[in-house]
Design a protein around this ligand. Structure first.
Ligand code: BG6
Length: 312
């Protein structure tokens, strides 16, 4: 594990195992690179800003405590804050490297984010979050823990309510070469069509226009009477696949996003043609926010498992 200066002099951590590597900015605890056998799996925009209080474009933005628009800034503040490095660990047995980041309520969160109140008395959200990134020789584990650290006796006034998503941008050979498996038969909120609830009828989900969907309740397919198909990104151009596993009880939703031509042009920190080389597949809890009473905790885990190059 090394600490280096990254873009715009922001500090980044570089994690390495015998066959893999990972880079994480302290700003947003934002993963900007994940390689196995020297192959990069994450997309980073060449136009990304690396500025205080702004999100990095690409990699794995951590979306918390709000997804999309709402009371606070779009996609929450976790991706815009500097996190504390809490622990670093090397495990000789599994040959993995782990880093733990910590974020507590701070001056900034206290200014922008208050509790849902029932008694008319406004209270701040007290929280303790841990983001644990573990780099294995051939995959990446992302774990996120939240505790409501409020000590107020009146628990109704201190419910910590949040959404969460790992907003991962995958690097692909070209959008026309890729499809996503594991979404067949699911309902999704189609943000491109007035938030209409639509049923996915394709076993291979391909993207050929602006796409912004929240797939709901993506639990293993046995439960809807089909054979189990894990969530997978297949790239026929690079002949690779990435399997995404996650704790579906705590994170049942999956977002699929690609801005396509017109939206790309409007985004100032994204190249006009970059939509061809990325797809976001975001695991999270979006449709049903989590609610924690004082002292209650939430834990979740998501893993990104790239295939060997020869497996397709
Ligand atoms: C996706 C949302 O998760 O993130 C899209 O579903 C949004 O609606 C996209 O446009 C990018 O958001 P941002 O805030 O990083 O530009």
């Amino acid at each position: 594990i090394q600490v280096l200066k990254g873009n715009n002099d922001l500090s980044k951590l570089v994690l390495k195992t015998s066959t893999s590597s990972c880079e994480i900015y302290i700003h947003g605890a934002h993963i900007t690179s994940f390689k196995t056998n020297s192959v990069e799996h994450l997309f980073m925009s060449e136009k990304s800003g690396f500025q205080d209080m702004k999100a990095i474009r690409g990699g794995v933005p951590l979306i918390w405590p709000q997804f999309g628009n709402g009371k606070i800034q779009t996609h929450g503040f976790a991706r815009n804050c500097d996190w504390e490095i809490h622990k670093a660990l090397v495990d000789e047995k599994t040959q993995s490297v782990q880093i733990e980041f910590l974020l507590r309520n701070n001056e900034y969160s206290e200014k922008v984010w208050n509790c849902n109140i029932t008694s008319g008395k406004e209270t701040i959200n007290n929280f303790h979050t841990i983001y644990r990134v573990t780099l294995h020789p051939d995959f990446l584990d992302l774990e996120f823990d939240v505790k409501n650290t409020s000590t107020s006796p009146s628990s109704n006034d201190n419910i910590l309510e949040f959404q969460l998503a790992f907003h991962t941008y995958y690097q692909i050979s070209n959008i026309e070469n890729v499809y996503v498996l594991g979404l067949d038969g699911r309902e999704y909120i189609d943000k491109m069509n007035g938030h209409k609830i639509t049923k996915e009828v394709n076993d291979k989900v391909q993207i050929s226009n602006e796409t912004d969907r929240v797939y709901l309740n993506v639990v293993p397919t046995q439960s809807i009477g089909k054979n189990y198909q894990p969530l997978q990104l297949i790239d026929n151009g690079s002949k690779t696949s990435i399997t995404l596993t996650y704790d579906y009880q705590s994170m049942p939703d999956v977002v699929v996003w690609n801005p396509w031509i017109e939206k790309s042009k409007k985004m100032e920190d994204f190249g006009d043609n970059e939509y061809q080389n990325m797809i976001c597949i975001e695991i999270g809890t979006i449709n049903t926010p989590v609610k924690l009473s004082p002292n209650q905790s939430f834990q979740t885990k998501h893993s990104i498992l790239p295939s060997n190059k020869s497996s397709l």
